[in-house]
Design a protein around this ligand. Structure first.
Ligand SMILES: C[S@@+](CC[C@H](N)C(=O)[O-])C[C@H]1O[C@@H](n2cnc3c(N)ncnc32)[C@H](O)[C@@H]1O
Length: 289
């Protein structure tokens, strides 16, 4: 994976921000130029320089130059399919307990946002296999991933339909992450591919999809500890005396449904009622019986 410090180099993605916080993602090329709203920026003015400085465009606009974070890159990179938002990417890594060295299967690759987040979390000793059915999306994702992370042996991209099952060469697995329209169709395949303790997680935009996934997991006889969550993130404006929530926020993106692969005799363990769970966690506001 490319170094993300020191002087800016050829082929690196760089983020330029103008005084209105408009963002421009460019890729540095010797002799290259980018036409922005505030004028032209010459790449040779950036190559070999440190990030965190200001560059002037041909029209005198001042632009802050930084390497994009993963979240910034995901929001600005070319898209085929809709990406998973950064607020959900972070939650997915924790809910699915993605660890260094983990062997993860993902479907579908889409634009590669989740793939990149997982690749960084598993590190060079891990493996991420990602299935995608649409050739054009796979190509966009591959370009995005290479641009941000460089070449990595930890990634395997396959044109494969996850509904047809997990390919034998891709097991053993520790985790299965799903961002496809009908993840309930993958539950039997995930059950067959995951060892006891393994985690499956599906990302779902709508309530009916979440319900069908939970029901299928529940009746599969292979999964327990099924949890459904949603991440709400509210940005704040902090400027002088204007300290308040931002007027706009990303209200809804998707639900996270996760479950643990367990032995058949463990499936029947009763789920705690919401109140019991709150009490166990020491919530002082939890109602008492
Ligand atoms: C919403 S996008 C995934 C976005 C991705 N998680 C990201 O963060 O960039 C869903 C992707 O799943 C792919 N897909 C749909 N059904 C599939 C299947 N059965 N097997 C593999 N990929 C599938 C679609 O072509 C699409 O690219």
């Amino acid at each position: 994976m490319p170094a993300r410090s020191g002087a800016l180099r050829e082929g690196e993605p760089v983020l330029l921000l103008d005084r209105r916080r408009r963002r421009y993602l460019i890729v540095l090329r010797p002799g290259g130029a980018s036409d922005l709203r505030g004028g032209k920026v010459l790449h040779d003015d950036l190559l070999g320089q440190e990030e965190g400085r200001v560059v002037r465009s041909s029209r005198g606009e001042r632009l802050l130059v930084v390497r994009p974070t993963l979240a910034e890159f995901v929001l600005e990179m070319p898209r085929g399919a809709q990406v998973i938002y950064p607020k959900d990417l972070g939650a997915i890594l924790i809910a699915a307990d993605i660890f260094p060295g983990a062997r993860v299967l993902e479907a579908g690759t889409g634009s590669g946002a989740l793939t990149m987040a997982v690749l960084r979390a598993v590190g060079p000793s891990g493996r991420v296999v990602s299935y995608e059915v649409r050739e054009e999306f796979a190509r966009i994702a591959e370009r995005n991933i290479r641009r941000f992370l460089g070449d990595t042996d930890a990634l395997v991209l396959r044109r494969h339909d996850i509904y047809d099952g997990v390919r034998p060469e891709d097991v053993p697995l520790d985790r299965v992450l799903l961002d496809v329209p009908e993840p309930w169709r993958v539950v039997p395949h995930a059950a067959a591919a995951l060892p006891p303790g393994g985690i499956v997680l599906a990302y779902l935009p709508t309530v009916p999809q979440a319900v069908q996934t939970v029901e299928t997991l529940r009746t599969s006889g292979a999964f327990a500890l099924i949890e459904t969550t949603e991440v709400l993130m509210r940005p704040w404006n902090v400027e002088g005396r204007s300290v308040r929530p931002a007027h706009r926020m990303v209200a809804h993106t998707g639900f996270l449904v996760s479950a643990r692969r367990v032995q058949p005799q463990a499936v029947e363990l009763p789920a705690p009622a919401a109140e019991d769970a709150a009490e166990t966690e020491g919530d002082p506001d939890a109602p008492t019986a």
